[in-house]
Ligand binder design. Structure first.
Ligand code: GDP
Length: 315
Protein backbone atom coordinates (compact mmCIF):
# COMPACT_ATOMS: atom_id res chain seq x y z
CA UNK A 1 0.00 0.00 0.00
CA UNK A 2 1.47 3.36 -0.98
CA UNK A 3 1.51 6.41 1.23
CA UNK A 4 1.50 8.59 -1.85
CA UNK A 5 -1.81 7.69 -3.43
CA UNK A 6 -3.33 10.61 -5.32
CA UNK A 7 -6.83 11.39 -4.17
CA UNK A 8 -7.33 14.34 -6.51
CA UNK A 9 -10.43 13.09 -8.27
CA UNK A 10 -12.01 11.17 -5.45
CA UNK A 11 -15.19 12.51 -3.89
CA UNK A 12 -15.28 11.53 -0.24
CA UNK A 13 -18.18 11.97 2.16
CA UNK A 14 -17.50 11.49 5.85
CA UNK A 15 -20.39 10.98 8.31
CA UNK A 16 -19.42 12.50 11.64
CA UNK A 17 -20.50 13.24 15.17
CA UNK A 18 -18.46 15.49 17.44
CA UNK A 19 -15.28 14.19 19.05
CA UNK A 20 -14.22 11.12 17.04
CA UNK A 21 -15.89 12.49 13.92
CA UNK A 22 -14.16 15.85 14.05
CA UNK A 23 -10.71 14.31 14.48
CA UNK A 24 -11.00 12.00 11.47
CA UNK A 25 -12.60 14.80 9.43
CA UNK A 26 -9.59 16.97 10.23
CA UNK A 27 -7.26 14.17 9.13
CA UNK A 28 -9.14 13.84 5.83
CA UNK A 29 -9.01 17.62 5.37
CA UNK A 30 -5.22 17.47 5.69
CA UNK A 31 -5.00 15.03 2.77
CA UNK A 32 -7.85 15.62 0.35
CA UNK A 33 -8.35 18.64 -1.90
CA UNK A 34 -11.12 20.67 -0.18
CA UNK A 35 -13.53 20.41 -3.11
CA UNK A 36 -13.39 16.60 -2.81
CA UNK A 37 -14.33 16.38 0.86
CA UNK A 38 -17.78 16.70 2.41
CA UNK A 39 -18.45 16.21 6.09
CA UNK A 40 -22.07 15.40 6.94
CA UNK A 41 -22.65 16.15 10.60
CA UNK A 42 -25.17 14.92 13.17
CA UNK A 43 -27.63 17.55 14.37
CA UNK A 44 -29.61 15.24 16.68
CA UNK A 45 -27.79 16.77 19.68
CA UNK A 46 -28.84 20.34 18.82
CA UNK A 47 -30.86 22.27 21.34
CA UNK A 48 -31.83 25.70 22.60
CA UNK A 49 -30.12 27.06 25.69
CA UNK A 50 -30.32 30.56 27.17
CA UNK A 51 -32.13 31.58 24.00
CA UNK A 52 -29.33 30.35 21.74
CA UNK A 53 -29.34 27.60 19.10
CA UNK A 54 -26.48 25.27 19.95
CA UNK A 55 -25.22 22.59 17.56
CA UNK A 56 -22.60 20.67 19.56
CA UNK A 57 -21.37 18.35 16.80
CA UNK A 58 -21.27 21.02 14.11
CA UNK A 59 -19.37 23.26 16.52
CA UNK A 60 -16.82 20.55 17.38
CA UNK A 61 -16.27 19.84 13.68
CA UNK A 62 -15.97 23.57 12.86
CA UNK A 63 -13.63 24.36 15.75
CA UNK A 64 -11.47 21.33 14.96
CA UNK A 65 -11.22 22.06 11.22
CA UNK A 66 -10.78 25.76 12.00
CA UNK A 67 -7.87 24.81 14.33
CA UNK A 68 -9.45 26.65 17.27
CA UNK A 69 -10.68 23.64 19.25
CA UNK A 70 -9.99 23.41 22.96
CA UNK A 71 -7.61 20.44 23.33
CA UNK A 72 -7.98 20.20 27.11
CA UNK A 73 -11.76 19.96 27.35
CA UNK A 74 -12.35 18.19 24.02
CA UNK A 75 -15.19 20.62 23.33
CA UNK A 76 -15.49 24.37 22.83
CA UNK A 77 -12.79 26.81 21.73
CA UNK A 78 -9.20 27.24 22.85
CA UNK A 79 -8.27 30.32 24.87
CA UNK A 80 -11.75 30.49 26.39
CA UNK A 81 -12.96 32.71 29.22
CA UNK A 82 -16.18 32.13 31.13
CA UNK A 83 -17.39 35.55 32.25
CA UNK A 84 -20.73 35.56 30.42
CA UNK A 85 -21.92 32.16 31.64
CA UNK A 86 -20.73 32.98 35.18
CA UNK A 87 -22.77 36.20 35.13
CA UNK A 88 -25.76 34.39 33.60
CA UNK A 89 -25.68 31.75 36.36
CA UNK A 90 -25.49 34.55 38.98
CA UNK A 91 -28.68 35.89 37.42
CA UNK A 92 -30.40 32.52 37.86
CA UNK A 93 -29.55 31.05 34.44
CA UNK A 94 -29.09 27.27 34.16
CA UNK A 95 -25.63 26.18 35.24
CA UNK A 96 -25.44 22.65 33.80
CA UNK A 97 -24.35 23.53 30.28
CA UNK A 98 -21.13 25.56 30.16
CA UNK A 99 -20.66 28.01 27.33
CA UNK A 100 -17.41 29.93 26.91
CA UNK A 101 -17.38 33.59 25.86
CA UNK A 102 -15.86 32.87 22.44
CA UNK A 103 -18.21 29.93 21.92
CA UNK A 104 -21.20 32.14 22.71
CA UNK A 105 -20.21 34.37 19.78
CA UNK A 106 -20.80 31.41 17.44
CA UNK A 107 -24.22 30.74 18.94
CA UNK A 108 -25.21 34.43 18.82
CA UNK A 109 -24.41 34.73 15.12
CA UNK A 110 -26.03 31.37 14.31
CA UNK A 111 -29.18 32.17 16.26
CA UNK A 112 -29.55 35.56 14.64
CA UNK A 113 -29.06 34.24 11.08
CA UNK A 114 -31.54 31.42 11.71
CA UNK A 115 -34.04 33.94 13.08
CA UNK A 116 -33.59 35.97 9.89
CA UNK A 117 -34.75 32.90 7.98
CA UNK A 118 -31.50 31.38 6.76
CA UNK A 119 -31.21 27.59 6.74
CA UNK A 120 -28.81 25.79 9.10
CA UNK A 121 -26.87 24.74 5.98
CA UNK A 122 -26.42 28.39 4.92
CA UNK A 123 -25.56 29.51 8.45
CA UNK A 124 -22.97 26.73 8.78
CA UNK A 125 -21.46 27.75 5.43
CA UNK A 126 -21.24 31.34 6.73
CA UNK A 127 -19.55 30.28 9.98
CA UNK A 128 -17.15 27.91 8.17
CA UNK A 129 -16.15 30.73 5.83
CA UNK A 130 -15.20 32.87 8.82
CA UNK A 131 -13.26 29.97 10.36
CA UNK A 132 -11.40 29.59 7.02
CA UNK A 133 -12.70 26.05 6.53
CA UNK A 134 -12.68 24.93 2.91
CA UNK A 135 -14.27 21.46 2.76
CA UNK A 136 -18.07 21.42 2.80
CA UNK A 137 -19.43 20.95 6.32
CA UNK A 138 -23.11 20.08 6.02
CA UNK A 139 -25.72 19.52 8.73
CA UNK A 140 -27.57 16.29 7.91
CA UNK A 141 -30.86 18.20 7.88
CA UNK A 142 -32.18 21.74 8.06
CA UNK A 143 -35.13 20.55 10.15
CA UNK A 144 -34.84 20.14 13.91
CA UNK A 145 -34.25 16.41 14.46
CA UNK A 146 -33.80 15.99 18.22
CA UNK A 147 -32.63 12.67 19.64
CA UNK A 148 -34.26 11.59 22.92
CA UNK A 149 -33.06 9.02 25.42
CA UNK A 150 -35.55 6.88 27.30
CA UNK A 151 -34.55 5.64 30.75
CA UNK A 152 -36.81 4.17 33.43
CA UNK A 153 -39.91 5.70 31.85
CA UNK A 154 -38.32 9.18 31.56
CA UNK A 155 -37.68 10.58 28.10
CA UNK A 156 -34.73 12.97 28.20
CA UNK A 157 -33.80 15.46 25.49
CA UNK A 158 -30.32 14.33 24.45
CA UNK A 159 -28.28 17.11 26.10
CA UNK A 160 -30.20 16.76 29.35
CA UNK A 161 -29.26 13.09 29.48
CA UNK A 162 -25.72 13.61 28.18
CA UNK A 163 -24.58 16.70 30.06
CA UNK A 164 -27.00 17.40 32.93
CA UNK A 165 -27.36 13.74 33.91
CA UNK A 166 -23.72 12.99 32.88
CA UNK A 167 -25.02 10.07 30.74
CA UNK A 168 -25.69 8.00 33.85
CA UNK A 169 -29.40 7.05 33.52
CA UNK A 170 -29.35 3.61 31.86
CA UNK A 171 -30.52 3.59 28.26
CA UNK A 172 -33.68 1.68 27.51
CA UNK A 173 -34.43 3.16 24.12
CA UNK A 174 -33.09 5.81 21.79
CA UNK A 175 -35.82 7.81 20.09
CA UNK A 176 -35.03 9.31 16.70
CA UNK A 177 -37.70 11.52 15.14
CA UNK A 178 -39.71 10.36 12.15
CA UNK A 179 -39.91 12.25 8.88
CA UNK A 180 -36.50 13.90 9.04
CA UNK A 181 -35.32 14.87 5.56
CA UNK A 182 -31.71 15.24 4.56
CA UNK A 183 -30.91 18.49 2.78
CA UNK A 184 -30.58 18.54 -1.02
CA UNK A 185 -26.92 19.50 -0.53
CA UNK A 186 -26.30 16.29 1.44
CA UNK A 187 -28.10 14.03 -1.03
CA UNK A 188 -26.28 15.64 -3.98
CA UNK A 189 -22.87 15.07 -2.36
CA UNK A 190 -23.75 11.48 -1.44
CA UNK A 191 -24.97 10.72 -4.93
CA UNK A 192 -21.63 11.71 -6.45
CA UNK A 193 -19.47 10.23 -3.69
CA UNK A 194 -16.82 7.66 -4.58
CA UNK A 195 -16.16 6.74 -0.96
CA UNK A 196 -18.23 7.07 2.18
CA UNK A 197 -16.39 7.01 5.47
CA UNK A 198 -18.23 6.50 8.74
CA UNK A 199 -16.05 8.22 11.34
CA UNK A 200 -15.27 6.59 14.71
CA UNK A 201 -18.31 8.31 16.17
CA UNK A 202 -20.99 6.93 18.45
CA UNK A 203 -23.00 4.56 16.17
CA UNK A 204 -26.26 5.06 18.09
CA UNK A 205 -26.47 8.78 18.83
CA UNK A 206 -24.13 10.28 16.20
CA UNK A 207 -24.27 8.04 13.10
CA UNK A 208 -27.81 6.58 13.38
CA UNK A 209 -29.41 10.07 13.49
CA UNK A 210 -27.59 10.89 10.23
CA UNK A 211 -28.71 7.63 8.59
CA UNK A 212 -32.22 8.34 9.85
CA UNK A 213 -32.44 11.54 7.77
CA UNK A 214 -34.16 10.28 4.64
CA UNK A 215 -32.84 9.31 2.09
CA UNK A 216 -29.30 9.08 3.44
CA UNK A 217 -29.48 5.39 4.39
CA UNK A 218 -31.08 4.18 1.12
CA UNK A 219 -28.64 6.22 -0.96
CA UNK A 220 -25.71 4.66 0.89
CA UNK A 221 -27.26 1.19 0.65
CA UNK A 222 -28.18 1.34 -3.01
CA UNK A 223 -25.38 2.97 -4.91
CA UNK A 224 -22.26 1.01 -5.78
CA UNK A 225 -19.49 2.63 -3.78
CA UNK A 226 -17.20 1.69 -0.94
CA UNK A 227 -18.47 2.41 2.56
CA UNK A 228 -15.88 2.10 5.29
CA UNK A 229 -16.45 2.55 9.03
CA UNK A 230 -13.85 3.17 11.72
CA UNK A 231 -14.43 1.64 15.15
CA UNK A 232 -14.96 3.99 18.10
CA UNK A 233 -14.55 0.97 20.41
CA UNK A 234 -10.99 0.01 21.26
CA UNK A 235 -10.10 -2.81 23.63
CA UNK A 236 -13.72 -3.14 24.72
CA UNK A 237 -13.94 0.54 25.69
CA UNK A 238 -14.93 3.86 24.18
CA UNK A 239 -12.07 6.33 23.84
CA UNK A 240 -14.47 8.91 25.26
CA UNK A 241 -18.17 9.16 26.05
CA UNK A 242 -21.01 6.70 26.51
CA UNK A 243 -20.75 4.36 23.49
CA UNK A 244 -19.48 1.35 25.50
CA UNK A 245 -21.97 1.89 28.32
CA UNK A 246 -24.78 2.15 25.77
CA UNK A 247 -23.75 -1.11 24.12
CA UNK A 248 -23.75 -2.89 27.46
CA UNK A 249 -27.14 -1.50 28.38
CA UNK A 250 -28.58 -2.46 25.01
CA UNK A 251 -27.41 -6.04 25.56
CA UNK A 252 -24.64 -5.94 22.96
CA UNK A 253 -21.11 -7.20 23.33
CA UNK A 254 -18.74 -4.24 23.80
CA UNK A 255 -16.24 -4.80 21.02
CA UNK A 256 -15.17 -3.55 17.63
CA UNK A 257 -16.76 -6.69 16.15
CA UNK A 258 -20.12 -5.72 17.62
CA UNK A 259 -19.81 -2.28 15.99
CA UNK A 260 -19.06 -3.91 12.62
CA UNK A 261 -22.04 -6.27 13.07
CA UNK A 262 -24.24 -3.33 13.99
CA UNK A 263 -23.40 -1.55 10.71
CA UNK A 264 -23.98 -4.89 8.96
CA UNK A 265 -24.57 -4.76 5.22
CA UNK A 266 -24.27 -0.99 5.15
CA UNK A 267 -20.46 -1.22 5.16
CA UNK A 268 -17.98 -2.85 2.79
CA UNK A 269 -14.97 -2.44 5.04
CA UNK A 270 -14.12 -1.87 8.67
CA UNK A 271 -11.11 -0.27 10.32
CA UNK A 272 -10.31 -1.28 13.89
CA UNK A 273 -7.54 -0.69 16.34
CA UNK A 274 -4.21 -2.51 16.59
CA UNK A 275 -5.02 -3.20 20.27
CA UNK A 276 -7.76 -5.51 19.00
CA UNK A 277 -5.49 -7.30 16.52
CA UNK A 278 -7.00 -10.50 15.16
CA UNK A 279 -10.55 -9.66 16.23
CA UNK A 280 -11.98 -9.63 12.70
CA UNK A 281 -9.69 -12.27 11.24
CA UNK A 282 -11.76 -14.91 9.47
CA UNK A 283 -14.69 -12.55 9.07
CA UNK A 284 -16.22 -12.11 5.60
CA UNK A 285 -16.01 -8.36 6.03
CA UNK A 286 -12.88 -6.71 4.62
CA UNK A 287 -11.00 -5.14 7.49
CA UNK A 288 -7.92 -3.12 8.31
CA UNK A 289 -6.24 -3.28 11.70
CA UNK A 290 -4.14 -0.18 12.46
CA UNK A 291 -3.51 2.31 15.23
CA UNK A 292 -6.71 4.37 15.33
CA UNK A 293 -6.11 6.58 18.36
CA UNK A 294 -5.82 10.18 17.23
CA UNK A 295 -3.83 12.12 19.81
CA UNK A 296 -2.09 14.55 17.46
CA UNK A 297 -2.81 16.16 14.08
CA UNK A 298 -0.23 13.76 12.59
CA UNK A 299 -2.22 10.79 13.99
CA UNK A 300 -5.38 12.14 12.37
CA UNK A 301 -3.71 12.48 8.98
CA UNK A 302 -2.11 9.04 9.25
CA UNK A 303 -5.41 7.35 10.08
CA UNK A 304 -7.18 9.27 7.30
CA UNK A 305 -4.50 8.11 4.85
CA UNK A 306 -4.81 4.50 6.02
CA UNK A 307 -8.61 4.60 5.73
CA UNK A 308 -8.47 6.13 2.24
CA UNK A 309 -5.88 3.63 0.99
CA UNK A 310 -7.95 0.75 2.39
CA UNK A 311 -11.20 2.10 0.94
CA UNK A 312 -9.57 2.54 -2.49
CA UNK A 313 -8.51 -1.10 -2.48
CA UNK A 314 -12.16 -2.02 -2.01
CA UNK A 315 -13.44 0.00 -4.96
P1 GDP B 1 -19.85 13.19 20.20
O1 GDP B 1 -21.02 13.43 19.29
O2 GDP B 1 -19.21 14.45 20.68
O3 GDP B 1 -20.09 12.18 21.27
O4 GDP B 1 -18.72 12.58 19.28
P2 GDP B 1 -18.62 11.35 18.32
O5 GDP B 1 -19.84 10.52 18.32
O6 GDP B 1 -18.07 11.81 17.01
O7 GDP B 1 -17.44 10.60 19.00
C1 GDP B 1 -17.56 9.80 20.15
C2 GDP B 1 -16.85 8.50 19.90
O8 GDP B 1 -15.55 8.78 19.37
C3 GDP B 1 -16.62 7.71 21.15
O9 GDP B 1 -17.35 6.51 21.06
C4 GDP B 1 -15.12 7.46 21.19
O10 GDP B 1 -14.79 6.14 21.53
C5 GDP B 1 -14.69 7.77 19.78
N1 GDP B 1 -13.34 8.33 19.67
C6 GDP B 1 -12.91 9.50 20.21
N2 GDP B 1 -11.62 9.69 19.92
C7 GDP B 1 -11.23 8.62 19.17
C8 GDP B 1 -9.99 8.24 18.56
O11 GDP B 1 -8.97 8.94 18.64
N3 GDP B 1 -9.97 7.05 17.87
C9 GDP B 1 -11.09 6.24 17.77
N4 GDP B 1 -10.99 5.09 17.08
N5 GDP B 1 -12.26 6.58 18.33
C10 GDP B 1 -12.32 7.75 19.01
Amino acid sequence: MSNHTSFTNLNVVCLAGGVGGAKLADGLARILPPQNLTIVVNTGDDFQHLGLTICPDLDTVMYTLGQVANQETGWGRSGESWRTITAAVELGGADWFRLGDLDIATHLVRTQLLQEGQSLTAVTRHLCHHFHIQPAVLPMSDQPAPTHIESDGVIYPFQTWFVKERWQPPIHKIHLPEDVRATPQVTARLEKADLIIIAPSNPFVSIDPILNAYPIRPIIEDLPRAVVAVSPIIGGQAVKGPAAKMMEEMGMAVSATAVADYYGDLIDGFVYDAQDAGLLEGSDLASLCVDTIMRTPADRARLAQDVLDFALELT
